[in-house]
Design a protein around this ligand. Structure first.
Ligand code: SF4
Length: 415
């Protein structure tokens, strides 16, 4: 059975004004972007909207999500962005409830853009890696200059009364060289509706970085980093939703995972590039050149064809999709971890039939909540006892997440 695709990442501009060295589009194994048109044409945008609306109607979808993405989508300019949003709304709104978003690095975000988004109903998510030191470690522009002040100006605009309703949240790529508390405190100080912590993309061929020495040199550095953030989050009464932790809580309570990077929930994500080609999840680009390609495009194919693509089906097959990774199939936290992000399982030779490359450095991240709720894990979680105690019993007020909210959290993926 195929799972309906309800989320569309629409690439509207295929270049970026930053040169972040951890970017999976431009700085890893895939070179697809070099052959793409910079900006999506009006013809392509209209065809995408038409195709997605046909599919939503056919599948009787009640709600769909479209995220304008890049590269840096704001580089498409207000005129093209207006056209894209208006065509999406015209085609999709009669069929399904449309949740329209843009994911930006924030550098070009200004009042003109925000007034346009207010008019068109586009909510805004911003990438920011924490405090100035953390952000400047990777998120520099093409001349090597910090993006920090420009991004903070964008966030400050979003926090103004006029635009606050457009503020979706902050996406932070983890670097364990950064101070976890400084990162979390810097992000929460910006009063975001949600924080998403993303593991830096890695595979077994290109494992995540580990410090050779210093305080972050431990057996499980990523779990330890997240553990520190979890403790702070818990001290703060979990005031700002953090999807990573909420996803683990949800799955341990028998609910859905809230992110494709954790748990066994099937992927419902489609990606369309600026030239109209369908792709699988963008994150696959870290595996090998062309890994996300499908050979389909919106002019010759519909979303139903993409939904039946073997690569899409593989990311919808839950525990069966863990294939030969016997370690995952018998793992006590497989419902919460799910073998991690599909792309993070890749190894030359065995393909994606492996546990996550992060299994070796952060198994405790999912065991944290598991243990705190009275479960047993395959190894003791490396988290502080205070965290385990304070999380409270299953179904406690703080760990309770309403079912409708869960659906909407799930809708904000780590694009
Ligand atoms: S913790 Fe490791 S073994 Fe368990 S499901 Fe995740 S990747 Fe697989």
């Amino acid at each position: 059975m195929t799972i309906a695709l309800r989320q569309l990442v629409l690439k509207v501009y295929s270049r970026c004004d930053l040169a972040c060295d951890h970017c999976y589009v431009y700085e890893h194994g895939d070179s697809t972007w070099t052959s793409l048109s910079k900006v999506i044409s009006e013809e392509t945008a209209d065809q995408v909207a038409r195709r997605f609306a046909e599919y939503a109607k056919d599948q009787k979808l009640e709600e769909v999500l479209v995220v304008l993405h890049g590269g840096e989508p704001l580089l498409a300019g207000p005129k093209r962005l207006r056209f894209i949003c208006e065509r999406l709304t015209a085609h999709l709104s009669p069929v399904a409830s449309l949740d329209l978003r843009i994911h930006t690095n924030g550098v070009q975000l200004n009042r003109t853009n925000l007034r346009l988004f207010d008019e068109l109903g586009v909510k805004v998510g911003i990438s920011l890696d924490g405090d100035r030191t953390a952000n400047d470690r990777h998120r520099l522009d093409r001349r090597g200059r910090s993006s920090y002040d420009r991004v903070l100006r964008a966030v400050d605009l979003l926090r103004e009364n006029e635009f606050r309703h457009l503020y979706l949240g902050l996406l932070c790529t983890i670097d364990i060289a950064n101070d976890p508390l400084a990162v979390h405190d810097a992000l929460t100080a910006l009063d975001p509706p949600r924080i998403d912590y993303l593991l830096p993309h890695a595979t077994w061929d290109h494992p995540p970085g580990r410090p050779a020495d210093g305080p972050a040199h431990t057996e499980t550095p990523y779990a330890d980093w997240l553990s520190a953030v979890f403790d702070r989050w818990d001290e703060q009464e979990q005031a700002v939703p953090v999807r990573f932790f909420e996803s683990v809580l949800s799955t341990l309570r028998g609910g859905p995972s809230l992110t494709e990077s954790l748990g066994l929930a099937p992927s419902d994500l489609a990606v369309v590039e600026t030239d109209g080609s369908f792709e699988q999840a963008d994150s696959l680009k870290i595996a090998y050149d062309g890994a996300a390609a499908t050979g389909y495009d919106v002019f010759r194919h519909g979303f139903e064809t993409l939904a039946a693509h073997p690569g899409v089906l593989a990311r919808q097959s839950g525990i069966e999709g863990l294939g030969l990774a016997a370690k995952c199939r018998s793992c006590p936290v497989v419902a919460s971890c799910g073998g991690g992000l599909y792309a993070h399982r890749y190894r030359t030779g065995s393909g994606f039939d492996n546990p996550s490359v992060y299994c070796s450095v952060m198994p405790g991240a999912t065991l944290l909540v598991h243990a705190s709720l009275g479960g047993t894990g395959c190894r003791p979680p490396p988290f502080a006892a205070s965290s385990r105690r304070s999380l409270g019993p299953l179904g406690s007020r703080r760990s309770r997440v309403h079912a409708r909210e869960l659906r909407h959290i799930r809708f904000m993926n780590e694009f």
